[in-house]
Write a protein that binds this ligand. Structure first.
Ligand SMILES: Cc1ncc(C[n+]2csc(CCOP(=O)(O)OP(=O)(O)O)c2C)c(N)n1
Length: 515
């Protein structure tokens, strides 16, 4: 058995079931090994950012890593933006990167690059496998690293001679550490802050945004008057009717400062401090007031759900607290696109237990709060600010959850980064309804320009306007085997979305929006 086959069999034994890939010559031994095994499903992505974005969406929903199979430094480099997004989401991911044979590198053949350097920039764990006898145990260590709470990026580089030489056979899977528990003294200290009656925010992320975490946070909020907020970009959140309606911190700095004004304490629950996306002259980096103290209930790698439940008990919160309805009633609105109206319309039509993948940029801002009363669903979103996440993330989520409808909310400019994922959706017959917000501009960048007080000129119009020619999303989708329809009104969207949801398989709705 080759090193490559030993590694593949190790990954299978470690419960890695899916291989998102774009291979080349240095990965040929892996392809040969994959041909021999039945239990690893291979999914081709026709660009490495699609491959890594798929692996991110898959792991967020499957709660375990997929493997990616990537080609040398340049292949990995192409995938980095969505590895970065995955890293910010604490997604577990195992990247296997084939590379030049060890003795061949010194001749500097064309695909030779600083693969380790590239990998280190975005991975928590990096190793270049030194021998075919060792590569299987390297693979077991990579899965262990990826599954270490809260979830990590593990990248294993495998020189071609390591892959093709005689291996050890599969290695035994390694134990994965459990989430660390929060010390009782921390619960008591945080309880004292909550009892002070001073304005307090519980800032929730990661595990705390699952249903159990939100329910416990809601008990605390009900008992103490503490506010609850999620980050502007959430990795995965349980939402919809019957779930605790927690909003995200607004993207726009002035709005964020307004909603967080007056706070005296912020308690981090699996979250990092509330920092703005960018710095702006004269505006603060942190979104909480200067005299607001920051406390940590649970770090991202700790058991935030247990901590919230323990805290709720510590302060004597009622065990069961009614969840009040928040946000507008779902209904089908008529007329041209408007973000909140779109959200209300989507909320009225969203199938039960759907997954919503959000890379909708400005078009999505009003959608999130308008969907508190939609059917229960999971919301997954780009978390690292690198656009081009929606199509692949939705694709990976659909691979993970074949029985759930996936709805991908994709801004058009961001969508162009990874539109090849549509082809993967068609190839794998994935149940995804893609909605493209075709405003034909980088709208957010016009906003950023005006924030600095400038007025658009010829350069900004050239760089932010996506017209001349207009993108034809129906044509682009059809070219990749995905049925598509263009709509211009909310009622047109409602009819098309309803029809798309009544069938299985990928579909694309181009929502043409006034610039
Ligand atoms: C990988 C990456 N490249 C570039 C950017 C900078 N950027 C942020 S938003 C944006 C344009 C977004 O436009 P679109 O997706 O059409 O959404 P809209 O602003 O129109 O809602 C760009 C280019 C980024 N965030 N990430």
């Amino acid at each position: 058995m080759t090193g490559a086959e030993s590694l593949i069999r190790t990954l299978i034994a470690s419960d890695v079931e899916i291989c998102f890939a774009n291979p080349g010559t240095t990965e040929m031994q892996f392809v040969v090994a994959l041909d021999k095994v039945e239990s690893m499903r291979c999914v081709l992505g026709m660009a490495e950012t699609v491959v890594t974005g798929c692996a991110d969406g898959y792991a967020r929903m499957a709660e375990k890593p997929a493997m990616t199979l990537l080609h040398c430094g340049p292949g990995f480099a192409n995938g980095i933006a969505n590895v970065h997004n995955a890293r910010k989401a604490n997604t577990p991911m195992v990247n296997i990167v084939g590379d030049q044979a060890s003795y061949h590198r010194s001749f500097d053949p064309p695909l030779t690059a600083d693969t380790e350097g590239l990998a280190r920039a975005v991975s928590h764990w990096v190793r270049t496998s030194g021998s075919a006898q060792q590569v299987a145990s390297d693979g077991a260590a990579a899965v262990q690293a990826a599954r270490t709470p809260p979830g990590q990026i593990a990248t294993l580089i495998v020189p071609a001679d390591v892959a093709w030489s005689g291996g050890s056979g599969p290695a035994v899977p390694l134990a994965v550490s459990a989430r660390l528990q929060v010390a009782p003294a921390v619960l008591r200290a945080v309880a004292r802050i909550l009892r002070s009656g001073e304005p307090t925010l519980l800032f929730l992320n990661g595990q705390a945004l699952g249903e159990a975490g939100l329910v416990a946070a809601h008990r605390i909020a009900h008992a103490t008057g503490a506010k609850l907020y999620a980050p502007t970009q959430v990795p995965r959140m349980a939402r919809g009717r019957g779930r605790v309606p927690v909003d995200r911190v607004p993207y726009v700095v002035d709005t964020a400062l307004q909603v967080l004004a007056g706070l005296k304490h912020v308690i981090l629950v699996g979250a990092k401090p509330l920092v703005g996306f960018f710095a702006y002259p004269g505006k603060p980096s942190l979104m909480v007031p200067k005299d607001c103290a920051t406390h940590v209930l649970a770090r991202p790698e700790q058991d935030a759900v247990n901590a919230l439940q323990g805290l709720a008990d510590e302060i004597g919160a009622s065990r069961v607290v009614r969840i009040e309805e928040a946000g507008p009633k779902p209904c089908i609105v008529r007329g041209p696109f408007e973000s909140e109206a779109f959200g209300m319309t989507l909320a009225a039509l969203l199938p039960e237990n759907a997954i919503v993948a959000d890379d909708a940029v400005t078009s999505g801002r009003g959608v999130f709060p308008a969907m508190f009363n939609a059917a229960p669903h999971d919301w997954i979103q780009s978390t690292g600010g690198a656009i081009g996440h929606g199509f692949p993330c939705a694709t990976g989520a659909a691979v993970a959850c074949p029985d759930r409808k996936v709805v991908c909310l994709q801004a058009d400019g961001a969508g162009m980064f990874t539109l090849q994922a549509l082809w993967t959706q068609a190839r794998e017959k994935l149940d995804v309804v893609n909605v493209v917000f075709a405003n034909r501009v980088y709208k957010i960048l016009y906003g950023e320009l005006r924030t600095g007080g400038a007025k658009p000129g010829h350069a900004s119009d050239t760089l932010f306007d996506l017209g001349r020619p207009d993108l034809d999303w129906v044509g682009l989708a059809k070219g990749m085997g995905v049925e598509a329809v263009s709509v211009e009104t909310l009622e047109g969207f409602a009819d098309t979305f309803r029809a798309a949801c009544s069938r299985r398989g990928p579909f694309l709705i181009e929502f043409r929006i006034q610039k």
